[in-house]
Design a protein. Structure first.
Length: 263
């Protein structure tokens, strides 16, 4: 199944100092954020990628054109010529299509720009390039395939380190709770779509909320709730926290590092 990833945002909140590296290329360990998202899909056998590029397109292209397998795989080097024998590989079975979808395009417009690459597929996967999860993708696909919906989206509890207050009419605080205790759900990405999504897209609009606002009154939008690990890596602080998890070997989204987990 093809995987469309939106990689064209400016990522202003992620930048450190004068860095102009696009957000999907911010490093987590030895590999960029985009690679971690792609590796999650590859773990479940989905290795045909369509990258919707915009800001920093050349950085993304250059990274994969000069990809170094030795950074994340064990190998033996023989002789002074540096002949390398890899014990495993990341991307030799990946098919990656690079499409420049514009610097200022909305997510919806980016999807419209790659229509020709997915419109003949019964279903395709679609996601932001800055969200990480360990959600059970095969189960999500099965549930969507058994439905008649146009779009499935991951629904996650709101994430924040802040707390919210319950306050009565007299200003008395009656409770202090974490955001995870809210009974609300937010868009977690990890979309599964059928090609009729293109009937709902418009120039100058986005997938969320515009296209989905047209779908849900028709009963063609489903949400799959997930309370496990999910994180949007939006800021430098977010990236630092995820980097620490990688360095400690505690990154929940890195399912491929656990041989007991079979996709």
């Amino acid at each position: 199944m093809k995987v469309v990833l939106f990689c064209g945002g400016l990522g202003m909140r992620m930048r450190e100092g004068g860095s102009a590296v696009p957000k999907p290329m911010a490093l987590l360990g030895e590999r960029p954020l985009l690679w971690h998202v792609m590796r999650y899909y590859a773990h479940f056998g989905h290795t045909d990628f369509v990258l919707c590029l915009g800001y920093g397109a050349n950085v993304v292209k250059d990274y994969f054109l000069h990809y170094d397998e030795t950074l994340s795989n064990d190998f033996t080097m023989s002789g002074s010529a540096g002949d390398v024998r890899l014990f495993s590989s990341d991307i030799t079975d990946w098919n990656i299509t690079f499409i420049n979808t514009g610097h200022q395009s909305t997510i919806g417009e980016r999807l419209m720009r790659v229509r020709a690459h997915v419109e003949n597929e019964p279903m395709f996967l679609c996601n932001y390039a800055d969200t990480l999860t360990d959600a059970p993708l095969p189960d999500m696909i099965d549930k969507f395939a058994a439905s008649d919906k146009t779009v499935s989206m991951l629904a996650v509890p709101p994430f924040s380190t802040h707390h919210y207050l319950d306050i009565d009419d007299d200003g008395q605080v009656t409770g202090i709770r974490g955001f995870h205790e809210l009974t609300q759900w937010e868009n977690g990405g990890y979309f599964i779509m059928r090609p009729d999504i293109f009937d709902e897209l418009r120039e100058g609009e986005d997938i969320v909320p515009h296209a989905l606002d047209r779908l849900h009154p028709k009963g063609r939008l489903m949400a799959q709730r997930y309370k496990g690990f999910w994180r949007a890596v939006d800021t430098f602080k977010d990236r630092a926290e995820m980097e620490e998890l990688v360095n400690r070997g505690l990154a929940p989204w890195m399912l491929w590092t656990n041989p007991a987990l079979v996709g």
